[in-house]
Design a protein around this ligand. Structure first.
Ligand code: HEM
Length: 465
């Protein structure tokens, strides 16, 4: 389907391709929005003033932002062999993620690894981890009941960080969170902030030992030490645990050379999974409860659904199919505040998108924060309205209008895991508690780091129902 979402889109398929419209310096100065000072504001302004395809420079490197579902479909699906992930953003995060799935530029190694790992992330396998999710949430609630008076203000962002880490550790390594996991979380936060800063200001190559680079190196070493401790222990003594690590260690490439992963590759993949799972789900949970606290009418509907289906008991995997409103609260949160809010591709050869010329080696910038607020795709885009994900209102929406997990063959491998975790944690918490914004609390602003982070955390009053 070709939507005509802007005067520049769709209609240019005949004739020679034309250059992508560019944000000029003079215009930027006039418009007064700078990428460095206000990344989200700049991107929204660029899309508003130039339409669904626009070029701008980042450190002098041209970026082409696509904001039209057809164009995104072309890059991620239809012409995917013309694009890879050897783009600026991934070059930046590669020292952390190395050859693991997230940062891997693409090609044979990525294909082999994805083939090996995909079976471990099917919904039927994820269902086996559902109990980890609800057990850990129940334990957190019991601790809250001991630690906080009714109505106390809790920084739920910190709590959800620990919860997400507990869930991923238990599912990957059958391990309970301890000091080592907190050390991982601290190191990750440091790396995320440093890389987010590098993305805004030109930086010398990582081989130059600046203080920031030395801090990044130390953060990577700490994350490596965390992963190595589990992988080495399990390699020395496989034991009889059945978790994601066992599945990955036993996976063989049946459609390829019949072999499993080399130890170093296994280490990188495990690190990519912890990194991929930890902060994204932490941020998503924080945004879910922030939005619920600010919208008691949504919370009320959610309580009605949860009470009718669960009658007060802890939810199970099967309950997800019977609680569609909870699912739509998750989906709508991921529309407004998708944690993996920006990603990139690099054009391997030249291409033509919607009649525009895409030079070889261009960085293609995909951004769900702007796309998910496209006024021609979403009614009243800034409002929090889970009902827009009902089957009736979703009918006819272009597939790549919504992409919190990306799209095409590189779609998030953990999306079922993430959706299950968000849905079950939500149901477990709203059974017995409600959340309110503390009086006078200023709005929580999204901070665009590598992930979309709630700036300053999310303090909420937690009341027993
Ligand atoms: C709300 C939570 C999550 C969000 C919003 C999210 C989002 C994304 C997005 C947008 C991508 C694609 C990036 C691109 O195409 O360049 C991606 C890839 C990936 N994610 Fe997630 N993710 C989430 C949770 C998880 C979890 C729980 C795991 C692991 C258990 C995970 C592991 C990965 C991996 C390994 C990739 C790379 C896949 C590949 O390229 O083959 N993610 N994620």
């Amino acid at each position: 389907m070709t939507l005509d979402l802007s005067p520049d889109s769709g209609a240019r398929d005949a004739g020679p391709p034309v250059p992508v419209p560019a944000v000029g310096l003079a215009e930027r100065l006039r418009g007064g929005v700078s990428f460095r000072r206000d990344q989200l504001g700049f991107l929204q302004w660029a899309a508003r003033t130039h339409g669904d395809i626009v070029r701008f420079r980042l450190f002098g490197i041209p970026m082409i932002m696509l904001n039209h579902p057809d164009h995104i479909y072309r890059v991620l699906v239809e012409q995917r062999t013309k694009y890879d992930k050897d783009a600026l953003l991934y070059r930046l995060v590669r020292p952390v993620l190395r050859d693991g799935l997230i940062g891997n530029p693409g090609g044979e190694l990525w294909q082999r690894q994805r083939r090996l790992m995909q079976p471990s992330f099917r919904p039927v396998i994820v269902a086996k981890f559902a109990e980890n999710m609800t057990d850990e949430t129940t334990a957190m609630l019991e601790r809250w009941e001991r630690q906080y008076a009714p109505g106390a203000v809790v920084n739920v962002h910190e709590e959800f960080g620990e919860l997400a880490l507990r869930i991923v550790n238990r599912s990957l390594f059958s391990a309970r969170v301890g000091r080592a996991a907190r050390d991982f979380a601290e190191a990750f936060t440091e790396a995320n902030a440093l890389l987010g800063r590098f993305f805004k200001f030109p930086f010398p190559p990582l081989t130059v030992p600046t203080p920031a680079h030395r801090r990044l190196r130390r953060a990577i070493d700490r994350m490596d030490a965390f992963v190595a401790s589990f992988v080495q222990r399990r390699t020395a003594d496989p034991g009889d645990e059945v978790d994601l690590l066992t599945l990955l260690m036993n996976a063989v490439d049946e459609d390829g050379d019949g072999r499993g992963m080399e130890p170093e590759q296994l280490h990188h993949e495990v690190l990519n999974l912890v990194v991929g799972a930890y902060e994204t789900t932490t941020n998503a949970l924080s945004w879910i409860f922030y939005l619920l606290a600010a919208h008691p009418e949504v919370e009320r509907k959610l309580h009605e659904e949860a009470d009718a289906v669960l009658g007060g008991r802890v939810p199970r995997f099967e309950d997800m199919a019977r609680t569609p409103y909870a699912r739509s609260v998750v989906e709508e949160t991921l529309r407004l505040y998708s944690p993996a809010w920006q990603f990139m591709r690099r054009a391997r050869t030249e291409d033509r998108i919607g009649g525009f010329h895409i030079p070889a080696r261009s960085n293609i910038y995909l951004n769900s924060y702007v796309l998910h607020r496209h006024p021609q795709l979403w009614d009243d885009p800034e409002s929090f309205d889970p009902g827009r994900f009902s089957p009736e209102r979703s009918a006819g929406r272009p597939r790549h209008a919504y992409m919190p997990f990306g799209g095409g063959e590189r779609i998030c491998i953990g999306q079922h895991f993430a959706l299950t975790e968000l849905h079950l944690v939500l149901l477990t918490l709203v059974r017995r508690h409600r959340f309110r914004l503390p009086p006078g609390q200023p709005p929580v602003r999204p901070q665009p780091l590598i992930t979309l982070h709630p700036e300053g955390g999310v303090p909420l009053e937690v009341h027993p129902r």
